[in-house]
Write a protein that binds this ligand. Structure first.
Ligand code: NAP
Length: 292
């Protein structure tokens, strides 16, 4: 039987509808829609596409975009001042700094400047600490998107062996914490792991976030595993691929997320959800998407 498709596009569309309905019903009490500010510095071309996608998603769901695009030569202090201004802005519920920022800027200091309550990406150290402690707070969008995909497809991590490939602060580390919080038994593997396949073949849930095109094939996958491919790469001949050789893994796995159309759309949706949730909390409204 071919693997169940972990369809991020469909779940993103469903959650967009849920958020749009929550905004419509909360609007009379709040008096204004949720606002998301995406701060872009410099002209990284991929970032341009990502920011445009985020703004389009805001428009579809009913959030107001308060984006700003600063010149690559903007001094650190000026960007930090802009972030403080957005922290104070009563129309803004979520803020993110589009990464990467140009060389010479310190992205860590920029993150520290954010009001943790408006941290739409869930990457402020306070919010990462909350995740570590199992306390509520905005969660990192990509791993939160993976958890949402598993949940909506009836894949419960409790009691399962999960393996996460990658240990970045952006994806691998928060992913491992979220799976552990959902009662999986988690192993994190990385570029210095000896005999990677011996570990990955144990996984009932395998999350691949190595950033290496097509590195995971049939020899790495336990029959019946749920495989989530976080990687995203432009192929030289055009189109996108992930870290997983999908055609090889699909016949073995019980579930597989496609690239494109798997984790990517969920990342944007969770960004919006963090923002709509912050707005709901500010105005004493119910949680827009309980459990997600
Ligand atoms: P990253 O910071 O480069 O981290 C990659 C991790 O993978 C590192 O921990 C690295 O190990 C590990 N790794 C690299 N090569 C490996 C190998 N051969 N075997 C085992 N582990 C290996 O990347 P990231 O930011 O976490 O992103 C990972 C991928 O996800 C990228 O392709 C990125 O484009 C994609 N991504 C997608 C979305 C989305 O929305 N779909 C969002 C974010 C990221 P070391 O720690 O030992 O170096």
């Amino acid at each position: 039987m071919p693997a169940q498709r972990l369809d991020g596009r469909q779940l993103a569309a469903e959650l967009e509808e849920v958020m749009a309905a929550a905004i419509a019903s909360g609007l009379p009490r709040a008096g204004r829609p949720p606002g998301l500010a995406v701060l872009r510095v410099g002209d990284d071309p991929a970032s341009g596409v990502y920011v445009a996608n985020k703004e389009k998603a805001c428009a579809r769901v009913g959030l107001v975009s308060h984006g700003a695009h600063l010149d690559a030569a903007t001094p650190q202090a000026e960007i930090e001042a802009k972030l403080r201004q957005l922290n104070q802005d009563p129309a803004v519920d979520g803020i993110l700094v589009q990464l990467p920022v140009p060389d010479g800027l310190d992205d860590r200091s920029l993150l520290l400047e954010l009001d943790p309550a408006k941290d739409a990406d869930g990457l402020h150290p306070l919010n990462l600490g909350r995740l570590l402690r199992g306390e509520p707070g905005p969660r990192s969008c990509t791993p939160a998107g993976v958890m949402a995909l598993l949940r909506s497809n009836g894949i419960d991590p409790a009691g399962k062996r999960a393996v996460v490939i990658g240990r970045s602060i952006l994806v691998g580390q928060p992913m491992a914490l979220m799976l552990q919080a959902a009662n999986a038994t988690v192993t994190v593997v990385h570029s210095r792991t000896a005999d990677l396949a011996a570990h990955t073949r144990e996984a009932e849930i395998l999350v691949v976030a190595a950033g290496k095109p097509l590195m995971i094939g049939a020899e790495h996958v336990r029959p019946g595993a749920a495989v989530v491919d976080v990687g995203i790469h432009r192929k030289p001949e055009g189109g996108l691929c992930g870290d997983v050789r999908a055609a090889e893994v699909e016949p073995i796995a019980s579930a597989l997320s496609p690239v494109p159309g798997g984790v990517g759309p969920m990342t944007v949706t969770m960004l919006l959800l963090n923002t709509v949730r912050a707005w709901s909390q500010r105005f004493g409204l119910p949680d827009p998407a309980p459990g997600y």
